[in-house]
Design a protein around this ligand. Structure first.
Ligand code: BG6
Ligand code: BG6
Ligand code: GLC
Ligand code: GLC
Length: 917
C-alpha cells in the first residue's frame, strides 16, 4: 500500500518537475488572458484597416470581399462539380442537391494526389493537372455528356471583383507554383478545361475554403455566419455588413469577407509574442516573413515548432541527456499528427515514447513527460491565438448588429481541429472566456467544403440563368441605327400625309394648323391671363409683359384636377376650370378688373381654323371627360364662364403646349422654330412653310403646325419594334390602339412599360422572390420622378432599394439592380425614338429652306426631359447622329407654356388692333 503511494508520489513529483522545467523554458509561449485580450484588440484594428479603402493597400490582414452575399436558403438545387484544392488533400466531387420533400445533398468524391512537382512547378502544369483530374473524374462517373457548373474551392488569398474570378495574391502553405501570382485562377482553369473537348463544365464560382466551410455549415444551421479553418493553414471568414466594405459598391445586405488572418503580424504587430522558435521556423519556410500568425497556429507548422523546441532543449542538456538524433535535426520530421498522438488522453505517454524512438531517440520517462508538455504548450498557444482572433470577429458581428448578446454559429474545419484530441475543447473554452456576451455554437463541417462550394455555385448558376432571360427581355428595347433611321423616314412620310389634303383624314400624324404665324417681336405688352391644362399640373397665371425690355412677370397658382373630373362630364370639367380661375382672381385681388384677355394652353389635339377656336379631336393621356370630343373647347370655356356669371374674360387664343413652349423660348431666341414636349405626353410643333400646308389657304409665310406625333404608329408602322409590353400598356390605357408612339416615349407610359416588364420577370421568378404584390399590380406607380431617381448615377443601390420600398416593392439588392436596368432600357429607347422623330423634323426644315446646313433651336419642356438624368442627353445624341447637317440647340423652357400663351395672346391682340385701325 505504502509502495503504491510512494510510486504515485514519485510520478506526480516527476511530472511536476518536468512540467515546471518545460514551463520555465517555454514561459514565452504561454499567453496570459490579458495578452489574449490585447491580441484581440490588435486584430480588431487590423480588420478595420483591411476594410478601409485608403488603409487596405498597406494592411497585412487583407479582408478580401468574396462576392458571396447570402447563406443558402434551401432553394438551391441541381448537380454540380466541385474541386477542392489547397488543403491537405486535393479532391474532385459531384454534389447533387435536390428537394425531394426536404433538402437533400448527395456527394461522391475522389482524392487525387498533389505531387511535389506539381505544387512547385509551373502554372500551366498545375492547371492542366487539375483539369485532367476533373476530366478523369467526370468520365469515370459517366458524366461527360452533361453540362456541369463547377465550383472551385481554392484555399489561397485571392482578390475577387466577382464570384467567377480570383486573382491570386500570393501562394501560402506548401504551394509555390510559378507564374500564377497576380493572374486569374478561374480563367486559367477554364482554359485548361477547354482542352478536354469531351467534358463540358463551366467554372461559375471560386471560393476560399473558409467561405465554403461556412456555407456547408450554414446549410444545416442558418445561424452560421463565420467559417474557420485550422488545418494545414489557418484562416477565417465572416459575414460583414456591406456598408462597412469600402472596396465594394453598394451598402445593402452583407457579404462574406475572407480575412486571410494568417498574414496577421507581417507588419511586426506580433513581434512581442513571437519567440526565437517562431523566427527560426519562419526563416526555414518557403515564404519567410509571410503568414506569421499562421506559422504560430496551423498544422503545417505545429510539428516543426515542437521539433525546434526539442532540439534546443536537447542541446541545452534538458532532454535525452543531451543526445540528439539525426532525425531530430531534420526539418519536417515531427508532424501535426505526431503532436496529436502525443497529446492523446490515455495513450499519450506511450505514443510519445514510440514517436521519439522512431526519431532515433532514447527517451526516459521524464523525457516523455516533458516532450508531451512541450506539445501541449505549443498546441495550447495555437488554440489561444485562434481564439483571440475569432473572438475579435464575434465581437464585431455583435456590434454590427447592435446586440448586447449575440447568438451565432461558427463553421469549423481543418485537420488540426478535427484530429487533435484537446484542441476543440480548448479553443471553445477560451473563445467563451474572451467573449462572454456571445453564445457560440461550433459546428464541425463533417463533409468538407464541397457542399458549401456547390451552394455558392447553385446561386451563381441561378443568377446566370436569370441573367439570360433578363438580357433577352432588355434586348427587345435595343434599337439599331437601322431601326432609328427607319423610324425617322417613316415619321417624315407620315408628316407629309398629314399635310396633304387628300391623305390628311387618314394620317396618324395629324399636322394640325395652329394659326400662329408670327413670332413675338418684343413690342408686346399688357396684362394677360393664361390657363395651362393637360400636363402634370393645371395652372392659372397672370402674365404682365413689359414692352421693349423683353421682361415678363408672372404670378401663378397650381390647382389639382381630381381624377373623377378628368374622367367625368365635359361640363363638370369646365365648371371646375372656371372655379379655379375664380379662386385665382380672388387670390390676386383682380376679380372686378376689366375683361382680361386670356390665352388657353390646352394640351390635346385640336382642329383650328382660327386662333380662338379649337375643336377637340380626341382626348389623350389621362383625360376622358364626356361630351367634349368634336366640340370647340373655347366655346365650352366661354359657356362655363357665363354659367358662373361672376367675371368676364376675353378668350383670345387656344394653343397646344408645344406651341406655348416654342413661343416662350422664341421670346428669348428668335431661332427657336420648334417646340417639343417630353412630359406626361409627347408632342412637337414647328414652323412650316404655308405653301406646304394644303389645309390652309395661302402660300405666303409660315405657320406653326402642331404635329400631334403621339399618334405615329397607330397604323401599325411601328409594330416591328413594339414589344409585348408596349401592347399590354396600350391595352390597359384609356385609349387603346391610339397614341402608340407617345406610349413608347412619354412619362405617363414609360413607368407602365417598366411595370409590365417587372411583372413578367416576377412571373418567371426572376424578381421580388416571384411574388407579384398588389402594389406591382397598381397602374401608374412608376411616375416619371421615380424613374428619374432610380436611374440617377449618383444613387447607391441602397437608395434605389429605398425608392422601391417607398413604392411598396420589397426588393433585394439584386432586384434593385435589375429594376434599374429595366428602367434604363425603357427610357433609353424612349429618348432614341423621340430623337429619331425630331431628326425627321429638323431635316425637313433644312430641306424646305434649301439649306446645306441648318442652325435651329428647339424649345423644350416636360418633366421627362427636365427630371430624367439621361433622357435629354440621349435625345440630343440621337438627333445629332440622324440629322448630321443640322446644328440643333435645345433650349429648356424655364417658365412653362403660360408665358408663350400670353405672348400669343398679345401678338393676336396687336394684329387685331392693326386690323381694326
Ligand atoms: C477540408 C476542406 O475538409 O478541410 C478543404 O474540404 C479545406 O476545403 C481543408 O481546405 C482544410 O483542412 P486541411 O487540414 O486539409 O488543410
Ligand atoms: C409645363 C407646361 O411646363 O410642361 C405645360 O407649362 C406642359 O404646358 C407641361 O403641358 C408638359 O410637361 P408635363 O411633364 O407636365 O406633362
Ligand atoms: C492559408 C490560405 C487561406 C486558407 C487557409 C486554410 O492561410 O492563405 O486562403 O483559407 O490557408 O486553408
Ligand atoms: C399629348 C397631346 C398633345 C400634347 C402632348 C404633350 O400628346 O395629345 O396635344 O402636346 O400630349 O402634353
Amino acid at each position: 500500500m505504502f509502495a503504491v503511494h510512494l510510486l504515485a508520489f514519485y510520478f506526480t513529483k516527476l511530472k511536476e518537475d518536468q512540467i515546471k522545467k518545460v514551463d520555465r523554458f517555454l514561459y514565452h509561449l504561454r499567453l496570459s488572458d490579458d495578452t489574449l485580450l490585447d491580441i484581440m484588440t490588435r486584430f480588431r484594428a487590423e480588420m478595420e484597416k483591411g476594410l478601409g479603402k485608403d488603409t487596405n493597400p498597406t494592411a497585412c490582414v487583407k479582408m478580401l470581399p468574396t462576392f458571396v452575399r447570402a447563406i443558402p436558403d434551401g432553394s438551391e438545387k441541381g448537380e454540380f462539380l466541385a474541386l477542392d484544392l489547397g488543403g491537405s488533400k486535393f479532391r474532385v466531387l459531384t454534389v447533387r442537391v435536390s428537394e425531394e420533400g426536404k433538402p437533400n445533398v448527395h456527394m461522391e468524391s475522389q482524392i487525387y494526389p498533389t505531387p511535389k512537382e506539381i505544387i512547385h512547378g509551373s502554372g500551366s502544369e498545375l492547371f492542366d493537372y487539375v483539369a485532367d483530374c476533373a476530366a478523369d473524374f467526370v468520365k469515370t462517373r459517366d458524366l461527360a455528356h452533361k453540362k456541369l457548373p463547377l465550383g472551385l474551392t481554392f484555399s489561397f488569398p485571392c482578390q475577387q471583383s466577382k464570384l467567377e474570378e480570383g486573382i491570386l495574391l500570393s501562394w501560402t502553405k506548401k504551394f509555390k507554383v510559378r507564374g500564377v501570382q497576380d493572374t486569374d485562377v478561374v480563367s486559367s482553369l477554364t482554359r485548361a478545361l477547354r482542352r478536354h473537348q469531351d467534358v463540358d463544365v463551366d467554372v461559375l464560382a471560386l471560393v476560399n475554403d473558409t467561405v465554403a466551410t461556412m456555407m456547408t455549415c450554414a446549410y444545416d444551421d442558418p445561424r452560421c455566419e463565420v467559417g474557420v479553418i485550422i488545418g494545414t493553414g489557418t484562416n477565417a471568414c465572416y459575414m460583414e455588413d456591406m456598408s462597412n466594405i469600402d472596396l465594394v459598391e453598394g451598402d445593402e445586405g452583407r457579404m462574406a469577407i475572407n480575412t486571410e488572418w494568417g498574414a496577421f503580424g507581417e507588419d511586426g504587430a506580433l513581434e512581442d509574442i513571437r519567440t526565437e522558435f517562431d523566427r527560426e521556423l519562419d526563416l526555414g519556410s518557403i515564404n519567410p516573413g509571410k503568414q506569421l500568425f499562421e506559422k504560430m497556429i496551423s498544422g503545417l507548422y505545429i510539428g516543426e515548432l515542437v521539433r525546434l523546441i526539442l532540439l534546443k532543449m536537447t542541446k541545452a542538456g534538458l532532454l535525452f541527456q543531451g543526445e540528439k538524433s539525426s532525425a531530430l535535426h531534420t526539418k519536417g520530421k515531427i508532424e501535426t499528427r505526431h503532436v496529436a498522438l502525443m497529446e492523446k488522453y490515455k495513450e499519450g505517454l506511450q505514443n510519445t515514447r514510440e514517436i521519439l524512438r522512431e526519431l532515433g531517440l532514447e527517451p526516459s520517462e521524464e523525457d516523455c513527460v516533458a516532450v508531451q508538455h512541450v506539445c501541449t504548450i505549443v498546441s495550447f498557444r495555437s488554440a489561444n491565438l485562434c481564439a483571440a482572433a475569432l473572438a475579435a470577429i464575434l465581437n464585431r458581428l455583435r456590434e454590427n448588429r447592435r446586440l448586447t448578446r449575440l447568438r451565432t454559429t461558427v463553421g469549423m474545419d481543418g485537420t488540426l481541429y478535427k484530429t487533435h484530441p484537446q484542441y476543440p475543447k480548448r479553443l471553445h473554452k477560451v473563445v467563451r472566456k474572451l467573449v462572454p456576451n456571445c453564445d457560440v455554437r461550433f459546428l464541425l463541417s463533417e463533409s468538407g467544403s464541397a457542399k458549401g462550394a456547390a451552394m455558392v455555385t447553385a446561386v451563381a448558376a441561378r443568377v446566370q440563368a436569370q441573367r439570360k432571360v433578363i438580357d433577352e427581355v432588355l434586348a427587345l428595347f435595343q434599337l439599331t441605327r437601322e431601326h432609328l433611321v427607319s423610324v425617322k423616314n417613316k415619321m417624315r412620310s407620315e408628316m407629309e400625309y398629314g399635310l396633304k389634303k387628300e391623305t390628311q383624314p387618314l394620317a396618324t400624324v395629324k399636322m394640325l394648323p395652329t394659326y400662329v404665324c408670327a413670332m413675338p417681336d418684343g413690342t408686346e405688352k399688357g396684362k394677360y391671363l393664361a390657363l395651362d391644362l393637360g400636363g402634370t399640373n393645371f395652372r392659372v397665371l397672370l402674365v404682365k409683359i413689359r414692352s421693349g425690355r423683353r421682361s415678363v412677370r408672372m404670378y401663378n397658382k397650381i390647382f389639382a384636377i381630381p381624377l373623377e373630373i378628368m374622367q367625368g362630364t365635359g361640363e363638370e370639367l369646365f365648371d371646375h376650370i372656371v372655379q379655379c380661375i375664380a379662386d385665382f382672381l380672388d387670390y390676386m385681388g383682380i376679380k372686378g378688373a376689366s375683361k382680361l384677355p386670356l390665352g388657353f394652353t390646352f394640351s390635346f389635339p385640336c382642329k383650328q381654323n382660327c386662333l380662338d377656336k379649337g375643336i377637340l379631336v380626341e382626348w389623350t393621356k389621362g383625360f376622358k371627360a364626356t361630351d367634349c370630343e368634336g366640340e370647340d373647347v373655347v366655346d365650352m370655356l366661354r359657356e362655363a364662364i357665363k354659367r358662373r356669371n361672376e367675371f368676364e374674360l376675353d378668350v383670345v387664343a387656344v394653343l397646344n403646349d408645344t406651341v406655348g413652349t416654342m413661343m416662350t423660348c422664341a421670346y428669348e431666341d428668335p431661332a427657336c422654330e420648334i417646340g417639343l414636349i417630353a412630359g406626361t405626353g409627347s408632342n412637337v410643333c414647328y414652323m412650316e412653310e404655308m405653301r406646304n400646308i394644303e389645309l390652309v389657304e395661302g402660300d405666303e409665310g409660315i405657320m406653326c403646325i402642331n404635329t400631334e406625333w403621339g399618334g405615329f404608329g397607330d397604323n401599325g408602322c411601328l409594330d416591328e419594334i413594339r414589344t409585348q409590353y408596349d401592347v399590354e400598356v396600350d391595352e390597359g390605357s384609356l385609349n387603346p390602339g391610339k397614341q402608340r408612339y407617345e406610349k413608347m416615349t412619354s412619362g405617363m407610359y414609360l413607368g407602365e412599360i417598366v411595370r409590365q416588364i417587372l411583372i413578367d420577370l416576377t412571373k418567371h421568378g426572376l424578381l421580388f422572390r416571384g411574388q407579384i404584390s398588389e402594389r406591382l399590380r397598381t397602374r401608374g406607380i412608376f411616375e416619371t420622378k421615380f424613374l428619374s431617381q432610380i436611374e440617377s448615377d449618383r444613387l447607391a443601390l441602397l437608395q434605389v432599394r429605398r425608392i422601391l420600398q417607398q413604392l411598396g416593392l420589397d426588393s433585394t439588392c439584386e432586384d434593385s439592380i435589375v429594376v434599374k436596368e429595366v428602367c434604363g432600357a425603357v427610357s433609353r429607347r424612349a429618348a432614341q425614338l423621340c430623337g429619331a422623330g425630331l431628326a425627321a423634323i429638323v431635316e425637313k426644315r433644312r430641306e424646305d429652306r434649301g439649306l446645306e446646313r441648318l442652325a435651329i433651336t428647339v424649345g423644350v419642356d416636360g418633366t421627362l426631359y427636365k427630371l430624367h438624368p439621361h433622357f435629354s442627353r440621349i435625345l440630343r445624341e440621337t438627333v445629332h447622329a440622324l440629322a448630321p447637317r443640322c446644328d440643333v440647340t435645345f433650349m429648356l423652357s424655364e417658365d412653362g407654356s403660360g408665358k408663350g400663351a400670353a405672348l400669343i395672346t398679345a401678338v393676336a391682340k396687336r394684329l387685331h388692333l392693326k386690323k381694326d385701325h
